[in-house]
Design a protein around this ligand. Structure first.
Ligand SMILES: Nc1ncnc2c1ncn2[C@@H]1O[C@H](COP(=O)(O)OP(=O)(O)OP(=O)(O)O)[C@@H](O)[C@H]1O
Length: 928
């Protein structure tokens, strides 16, 4: 363990990809003793060594883990730091500025650091390795030790490097980012090869460490202050033979590099004092030598000569003066020596082949002589003149740009500044790139969102237009339906008006028919009355009676003097007259009875008329009701037309049958009345005939009486005896008076009879008229009944009824359809309205969502800005020492003391113990 002796050490693996470099360095499993790699084993070794160390030695172990990815140094323990600059100065040599170094006090802590770093490493898939390292990883362990007795300190650094594998892109199949990675890997590996070539070819005056970050960091490990171990990993497959050969050649070349490892130690005060003393003595010697030389020069300048024996030489001066102290050079002396050496060669003798002489061009930059000014290499004093001589000797004949120490420091300072600036710019660039990336992502996201929004909008627009279309369709359908409804309503109205018209026409026809029939009836009535009255001519009857009376009178006259005969005849006439009177009285009674009957008939007729009117009204009403019912039936589905029809038919049939029965009874009554009237007419005729006979007889008697009077007058004048004549005359006068009385009586009676006859005739006429009217009403009723029965039994009627029913059914159907359509349309309209309402709500909701999305986008933007601000704040914070990360606790120095060889103590326990023991701090970095 040279690191414990103050040497820098490097172990690195080189080989093609997939050849097992990571397996070698880190191992497959650090917790598995068999599978853990070199690094865990070294870590274990370090802590074992600490345990074995004497307890007077205090140790401080630090670990850092970085990777060089795409020519950028990333801190694997603080991945935010992705582009750390490489610095070089006198105190620290070449180092990575800002790299997190974690104090560790146990193996576990180191493992934790390793795991933490391994988590952040960039690996990728290639055809050659599923988990190919896409970066060079450098695990660095710094062991600082202090001998608490002598105060001497040493520091050893271990670089454990797992290089990324060299790869042939054709074999690995790298594309895209992997290809870019491969290019960078190969570039840095070729830079490593160039450095090794330059270090080994013996001709190069310039070692191109700065060509890559890898060679720059490993500068000390490659021909510098480091004891370096290179592990060559080769693939056993013949498929990789060419790469294996190349790798082996690389190894062969690298093998010949000679490093100049030195112990990095700080001197103790005693040593420093001694060195100071020596330096002062040397200074005095130098002053003496210079003074002597100046004296000789003055002699030469003044034209004098000095013998060669008297030449001032160092030996003489040294002889004259007390000898300079041998030992470590003082810092100032060392500084002077280094300055004098022009920082050209680390040390002569050991690495002359690799010494970097400032070669041609500006590429000949000085190589760092030692990592630190205070920490020098082996404590071999280097004298100025020796360095000078050596320099002169080695560089004679070649133009050498010698850079002074100040110039070199200035150069390094400037380089560091520039590196910082570059790193800063690179970081800014990275931040900008990240920001750009974020912005791009955000933009992409917003674009996507916008696209989605637009798409959603379009979808919604399509939906809305579809809905509008649907609504239009529904509206159109509704309008169409309304038009259909209107047209059907119009049709209905038309049909209704046609029906009304038909009814009206029917009514008109009926009226015409009624009027015609009324006119006909009137004529018929007149004819009938005339016919009826024909048989009842009063004048004729009276004349017949008068004729009868005349005949009687004539027979009386003819009887002459036969008074007995006359008396008999008169008596006969009287009897006849009485009989006639009786008969007339009977006739009067019959007439009165007939009148009564007529009035009854009239009443019956009136009743029948009223019944008929009522029936007609009922029929009309029923017809109306049936039509209305039929019309209403369309809206009601409860009754069917057939039922109604049957009901109506039954009702009509009942009505008609009852009417028929009534009519039959009326006809019977009428017939009886007619018979009675006929009989009465016959009796009247007979009475008239008798009356005529009586009149005839009375006339005859009157004639006889007049003749008898005339004869009496003649007998009185000429005859014998006045008594008889007088008596006869008196008798005749009496008879005459009686006759006159009788005549007057007869005339009176005749007048009465005539009046009675006239009134009777009027009455009869009226009755006949009534009868005729009744007959005509009966005929009308019959015709109506027949019409009804015809209507009922009319063969066309069912068709008409069917047609009407069909029409009604069609209308009902249409109305139903319309109602259904209307209902459906109303429903559809309501549904569409609801849908529209729902769509509108949906649109509103989506608009709100869109608004919400926009708000969210705005909020995200704000959050992203805040996040960005927080990130920048965090990064600025993390740039500060002890900034937060998971291993923050490990930033506290954990000095340990050697375990004094007690292997039984576990490193962690030891560390803990040491920590507690050295809580006062080490190098001033204690727990404070
Ligand atoms: N000696 C070995 N024994 C068993 N497995 C091994 C050995 N060497 C390598 N492997 C396996 O080979 C595979 C590749 O190894 P590894 O990742 O170490 O290669 P690499 O050289 O680091 O590759 P790269 O340069 O691409 O990172 C791993 O799965 C590893 O476990």
């Amino acid at each position: 363990m040279d690191a414990f002796n103050g040497y820098n050490g490097t172990v690195f693996c080189y080989g093609q990809t997939g050849s097992g470099k990571t397996f070698t360095m880190m191992g497959a499993d650090i917790d598995n003793d068999d599978l853990k790699g070199i690094i865990p084993r070294i870590v274990e070794g370090v802590f074992s060594k600490i345990i074995e160390s004497p307890p007077t030695v205090e140790y401080m172990v630090k670990a850092s883990y970085m990777e060089i990815y795409m020519e950028r140094i990333r801190d694997l323990l603080n991945p935010e730091e992705a582009n750390l600059p490489v610095h070089e100065d006198k105190a620290n040599g070449v180092y990575v500025k800002g790299l997190m170094e974690v104090f560790v006090s146990s193996i576990d802590e180191v493992y934790q650091v390793m795991r933490q770093g391994a988590k952040n490493r960039v690996v990728g898939y290639t055809n050659m390795n599923a988990e190919s390292s896409r970066s060079h990883s450098i695990f660095q362990i710094t062991i600082e030790q202090k001998d608490t007795v002598s105060g001497k300190t040493k520091m050893g650094r271990l670089f454990l490097v797992d290089l990324a594998g060299s790869e042939k892109v054709g074999k690995t199949g790298a594309t895209g980012q992997t290809l870019e990675e491969a290019k960078k890997i190969n570039k840095s590996l070729s830079a490593l090869g160039m450095v090794i070539n330059a270090l080994t070819d013996g001709k190069s005056t310039h070692i191109p460490y700065r060509d890559s970050k890898l060679t720059r960091i490993l500068q000390e490990s490659l021909g510098g202050n480091s004891r370096t171990t290179l592990i060559i990993n080769c693939s056993p497959s013949s498929f990789n033979a060419a790469e294996t050969v190349s790798t082996l050649r690389f190894g062969v070349r690298a093998k010949s590099i000679k490093n100049k490892a030195k112990i990095n130690q700080d001197f103790s005060p005693a040593e420093l004092k001694l060195m100071l003393k020596k330096a002062r003595s040397q200074c005095v010697s130098f002053q003496t030598y210079i003074t002597a030389l100046e004296g000789e020069v003055r002699i030469w300048r003044t034209g004098g000569t000095v013998d060669s024996e008297n030449f001032v030489t160092w030996d003489k001066v040294v002889k004259d003066k007390p000898p300079a102290p041998q030992g470590p050079m003082t810092p100032s002396a060392k500084s002077n020596a280094v300055r004098a050496a022009g920082s050209s060669t680390p040390r002569s003798g050991t690495t002359s082949r690799h010494s970097v002489s400032a070669g041609a061009g500006n590429a000949a930059l000085p190589q760092s002589p030692t990592p630190t000014g205070a920490r020098v290499g082996s404590p071999t004093p280097t004298l100025l003149h020796e360095s000078l001589m050596s320099e002169l000797g080695s560089r004679s004949g070649s133009p050498t740009i010698v850079m002074s120490e100040d110039e070199r420091e200035e150069f390094l300072r400037r380089e560091n500044e520039l590196n910082d600036a570059v790193a800063e710019k690179d970081q800014e660039l990275q931040a900008s790139a990240r920001e750009c990336e974020m912005m791009r992502e955000e933009l992409e996201f917003l674009r996507n969102e916008s696209q989605n929004g637009i798409q959603r909008n379009e979808e919604l627009g399509t939906e809305v237009s579809q809905l509008r279309l649907d609504l239009e369709k529904v509206n159109f359908g509704y309008k169409e339906a309304m038009i259909t409804v209107d047209s059907l309503t119009d049709a209905n109205k038309e049909i209704t008006s046609e029906l009304e018209k038909a009814r009206h026409e029917l009514e008109l026809l009926r009226r015409d028919v009624t009027e015609d029939s009324a006119a006909n009836k009137e004529k018929e009535r007149a004819a009938r009355v005339a016919a009826m009255l024909n048989g009842m001519d009063s004048t004729k009857a009276i004349s017949r009676h008068e004729a009868g009376m005349g005949d009687l009178l004539r027979s009386l006259v003819e009887a002459g003097d036969d008074d007995s005969k006359k008396v008999e005849m008169i008596m006969q006439a009287r009897r006849e007259l009485d009989e006639a009177r009786d008969a007339a009285q009977e006739k009067d009674a019959v007439i009165a009875e007939l009148r009564q009957k007529n009035s009854d008939l009239q009443t019956q007729c009136t009743d029948i008329d009223s019944k008929y009117e009522k029936l007609l009204a009922e029929y009309e009403e029923m017809l109306e009701q049936s039509i209305v019912a039929e019309e209403q039936q369309s809206s009601r589905d409860s009754e069917t037309i057939n039922d109604l029809k049957q009901k109506l038919e039954a009702h009509y049939n009942n009505k008609i049958s009852s009417q028929k029965a009534q009519l039959d009874s009326i006809q019977g009554d009428l017939q009886r009345r007619q018979d009675e009237v006929t009989k009465s007419s016959a009796m009247v005729r007979e009475l008239r005939a008798e009356n005529r006979e009586l009149q005839t007889k009375i006339e005859a008697l009157e004639e006889k009486a007049s003749k008898a009077e005339a004869l009496g007058n003649e007998g009185a004048g000429m005859g014998a005896g006045n008594g008889d004549v007088t008596a006869a005359t008196e008798h005749a006068q009496r008879k005459e008076r009686e006759m006159q009385v009788m005549r007057r009586d007869m005339a009176q009676r005749i007048l009465e009879y005539d009046t009675m006859r006239k009134s009777l005739m009027r009455d009869v006429q009226n009755r006949c008229e009534k009868i005729i009217e009744l007959e005509m009403a009966l005929d009308d009723a019959r015709s109506q009944i027949s019409q009804l029965s015809r209507r009922v039994s009319n063969p066309n009627q069912p068709q008409r009824m069917q047609l009407l029913e069909k029409n009604v059914a069609q209308l009902t159907l249409m109305q139903k359809e319309l109602v259904v359509q209307n209902t459906d349309l109303k429903k559809e309209v309501a549904l569409s309205e609801r849908k529209l309402l729902a769509r509108n709500e949906r649109i509103t909701y989506l608009e709100h969502r869109l608004q919400d999305c926009n708000n969210q986008v705005e909020a995200w933007k704000r959050k992203a800005e805040e996040l960005q601000a927080m990130r920048s704040h965090e990064s600025s914070r993390s740039a500060q020492p002890n900034s937060g990360n998971v291993l923050r606790f490990s930033r506290i120095a954990k000095p340990m003391r050697g375990g004094g060889g007690s292997g039984a103590v576990a490193p962690a326990a030891v560390a803990e113990e040491k920590t507690s023991r050295t809580s006062g701090g080490f190098f001033g970095w204690g727990a404070s």
